[in-house]
Design a protein around this ligand. Structure first.
Ligand SMILES: C[S@@+](CC[C@H](N)C(=O)[O-])C[C@H]1O[C@@H](n2cnc3c(N)ncnc32)[C@H](O)[C@@H]1O
Length: 292
């Protein structure tokens, strides 16, 4: 098993590299950028002593629907595509054959660390993907509720719990819902469930159950309003987006509007930018710290 933090190594214009243990993933938006970064790799390895055993490449299309799984560019083609990486002592399963994303979003590292330091009691992780936020919260002692449309992603989330010695079952305080966040949130609210941390990290666009369309610029405010219904006084809510047309400032203005309409108030904070991830490649994120 790899004993290393996973982090982005360097970027060059329209291509960048992320490191997942011994595996590197090169993402490129143009073929020419791919060639340029590949040329830089030997010098980078020599200068840093950071070596890769395999290099995967993936094209980053403008349209999400055209996304495809990474392909092996260099290294042992016979080795398994599933590995385990470690970040801050927490283990995550990777799968380079599972689709466009291999299992862990590196740009959320500081937010995962913040959630863990916060030691919440009850966490709601919406759009949970492989449940990395739930895992760090559970390690800090929280009960967790993870929701995602993809049953497969939640199965990988359960495996991430197990990898970290956590029991991913309701009796141990960990629930997993394979459904639309927009269906689950009102149901939890009606049942009177409340959470002291809520993660809202939706994709830019998705089609949910019953063909329901989600477009982050149009619907992030509605999502936040639903989340506020299940938030305890003093709860912390993470708003996050990769949408290139949204900024952290936009998100704060939107959040202020939603809070004002509900006569609620909050402080806002963001984790400092990560030194190994260029800001233009990272998700825009904002913690809304509700006043009690
Ligand atoms: C950007 S990823 C979330 C990444 C995750 N927060 C993390 O840090 O690993 C978006 C996820 O949202 C899920 N998704 C999209 N639309 C959804 C919906 N309406 N309800 C629940 N999950 C949804 C997708 O299946 C995908 O796993």
């Amino acid at each position: 098993m790899e004993q290393t933090n996973a982090h982005r190594l360097f970027s060059s214009g329209l291509a960048w590299i992320e490191r997942f243990g011994g595996d590197w993933l090169l993402s490129y938006q143009e073929e020419t950028a791919l060639d340029r970064v590949r040329e830089e790799i030997p010098a980078f390895q020599q200068a840093t002593g950071v070596l890769s055993s395999r290099l995967f490449g993936r094209f980053v299309p403008v349209q999400n629907v055209e996304r495809s799984a990474p392909v092996l560019l260099d290294g042992d083609a016979g080795a398994g595509l599933e590995t385990v990486v470690e970040e801050g002592g927490v283990r995550y399963g990777m799968d380079f054959g599972a689709g466009y994303s291999a299992g862990l979003f590196l740009d959320q590292r500081a937010n995962r660390a913040f959630l863990r330091r916060m030691s919440p009691k009850k966490v709601l992780n919406t759009f949970a993907y492989t449940c990395s936020f739930s895992v760090v919260a559970a390690l800090a002692g929280a009960q967790t509720t993870s929701v995602d449309l993809s049953r497969k992603s939640l199965d990988r989330g359960r495996s991430n719990f197990t990898l970290n010695g956590l029991n991913p079952v309701p009796d141990a305080g960990h629930r997993f819902y394979a459904e639309d966040t927009f269906d689950l949130l009102p149901r939890l609210a009606r049942k009177g469930e409340r959470f002291d941390a809520v993660i809202l990290d939706p994709p830019t666009f998705s089609r949910g159950n019953k063909g329901r369309k989600f477009q982050v610029e149009q619907h992030l405010g509605d999502l936040l309003a639903l989340a506020l219904e299940v938030a305890t006084p003093g709860a912390k809510i993470l708003l996050s987006t990769n949408c290139s047309r949204m900024t952290r400032k936009n998100m704060e203005l939107l959040a202020r509007g939603v809070l004002r309409s509900r006569r609620q108030s909050a402080d806002f904070r963001s984790e400092p930018e990560l030194e190994d991830i260029p800001a233009e490649l990272a998700a825009k994120t904002l913690w809304i710290c509700l006043k009690s």
